[in-house]
Design a protein around this ligand. Structure first.
Ligand code: CU
Length: 433
């Protein structure tokens, strides 16, 4: 796996070349440092996955662990562990912090210390249920329901079941799940419900669309008995789609879609953990709220905001004294780049300066897994030569105000700059451009 990682880096480096430099020999990479600086943060830490299994963490580099799968874009070792739990045969997982890659391992292999990796080794003997069983029992058990279901913008997820606590099958009275742990690679919706010990019931998850459409997951109903020897428990499920049900099932066609009328006077759907009131608009739609960490979760609106900019060398007098200015669409400062949180942004930049290269950097935009759009000449791209055009595309995964600027030479001091405004959901303007 080590070799494939390095091969990827070489491929990335080799894939960009600036004119004559394209014939240059591949860059020789420096050996990876073997610092263990990151280890103490995680060493000895215990993670718990969606099924309640515990993982102990040791910081190691594996030399011959048998990789059974890899997943991209995990945020931490805990998510990597959850992916491991979903994969049969996975006994350990390795999270590479440098590139946010998750390696699911069927064995751990020989280890040498390396701070760029964290490994969680599945410990079969310790699970939450056995641990809490030994501890005590409770009349009300806090049951956490974790559901993996990929949802789109402004959808929400509810848990509905055959007992009153789950709405007696009425989706208007079910339990709202929170998407606070949702990421594209681990679409986790979750809720914790206090239920009487020993109760047996049936349940399903439903997805609520922005127009109130209720989509039930496919049959069969799931069944659950609340443990009577524990105070907390976890139930992990994935969305049951029709295609995952055996075709011999008589209930195959029973995916039900209902439309319920909106009972709220607002388009904002509060989650189980967030409620709007007269003095608070902190709860946003789609399970997002003011506390959502936009490094791990963001909406995808499906809308693209497009701009077309031409960079020219002109004469202006911004402070009353005529001088040469490098202008964006003939103006200084440049046009406002405005989008809603979750929009795709597309900016086509044409360099019409006669004797300057240029790139545009989107200051403060994370560009996670999207390096090529970061606009840093000599690092992520070649500068645009006079007359060249490039379309930068990236998603507004963050909200707030920042600025864009040329990253070439000191051009932003001569005018190539402007504001970026990514509106949070509480301020969204649907009709931007
Ligand atoms: Cu900057």
């Amino acid at each position: 796996m080590h070799r494939s990682l390095i091969a990827n880096v070489i491929a990335l480096v080799a894939s960009f070349s600036c004119g004559a430099a394209s014939t240059a020999t591949p860059v020789q990479l420096a050996p990876r440092a073997t610092s263990t600086a990151l280890c103490p943060t995680y060493n000895g830490k215990k993670y718990q996955d969606a099924n309640g299994a515990s993982y102990a963490v040791t910081c190691y580099n594996t030399n011959n662990g048998n990789v059974i799968a890899t997943t991209g874009d995990p945020v931490n070792l805990g998510q990597c562990m959850e992916a491991c739990d979903q994969e049969s045969g996975c006994t350990a997982a390795l999270f590479h912090m440098g590139v946010n890659m998750c390696y699911l391992l069927s064995s751990v292999g020989t280890m040498t210390s390396n701070g760029n990796y964290n490994i969680g080794v599945k410990s079969s003997s310790s699970t939450t249920s056995t641990a809490s069983a030994a501890a005590s029992s409770c009349s009300t058990v806090q049951v956490t329901f974790n559901e993996l279901v990929t949802t789109s913008w402004q959808q929400s997820v509810m848990l509905v079941g055959s007992i009153s606590q789950l709405g007696n099958w009425n989706p208007n009275s079910g339990v709202s799940l929170s998407a606070s742990g949702y990421t594209s690679s681990n679409p986790l919706w979750s809720a914790t419900v206090g239920l009487p010990a020993g109760t047996t019931f049936q349940y399903k998850y439903v997805v609520i669309g922005v127009d109130g459409t209720v989509t039930w997951e496919a049959d069969p109903n799931q069944s659950y008995t609340v443990p009577s020897n524990a105070c907390s428990a976890t139930e992990a499920d994935s969305w049951q789609s029709v295609s995952s049900v055996s075709s011999s099932s008589a209930t195959l066609a029973s995916t039900v879609k209902n439309t319920i009328s909106a009972t709220s006077t607002t388009s904002v759907a509060a989650t189980s953990t967030c409620t709007n009131g007269p003095n608070s608009r902190n709860c946003w739609s789609g399970g997002y709220d003011i506390d959502t960490d936009f490094d791990t979760a963001w909406p995808t609106t499906g809308r693209t905001v497009s701009y077309s900019w031409t960079i020219t060398n002109i004469t202006m007098a911004p402070d009353g004294y005529s001088r040469h200015v490098l202008a964006v669409n003939g103006q200084y400062p440049g046009p406002v780049l405005e989008a809603n949180w979750g929009d795709q942004i597309s900016v086509t930049v044409t360099n019409n300066m006669p004797n300057n290269g240029t790139t545009i950097h989107w200051h403060g935009i994370r560009q996670h897994n999207n390096n090529g759009q970061d606009g840093v000449p000599g690092v992520t791209e070649c500068p645009l030569a006079p007359g060249q055009t490039k379309t930068y595309t990236f998603q507004a995964t963050q909200y707030g105000s920042s600025w864009y600027h040329s990253h070439f030479s000191s051009q932003y001091g001569d005018g190539i700059l402007g504001p970026i405004v990514s509106l949070p959901q509480s301020m969204m303007r649907v009709n931007i451009r």
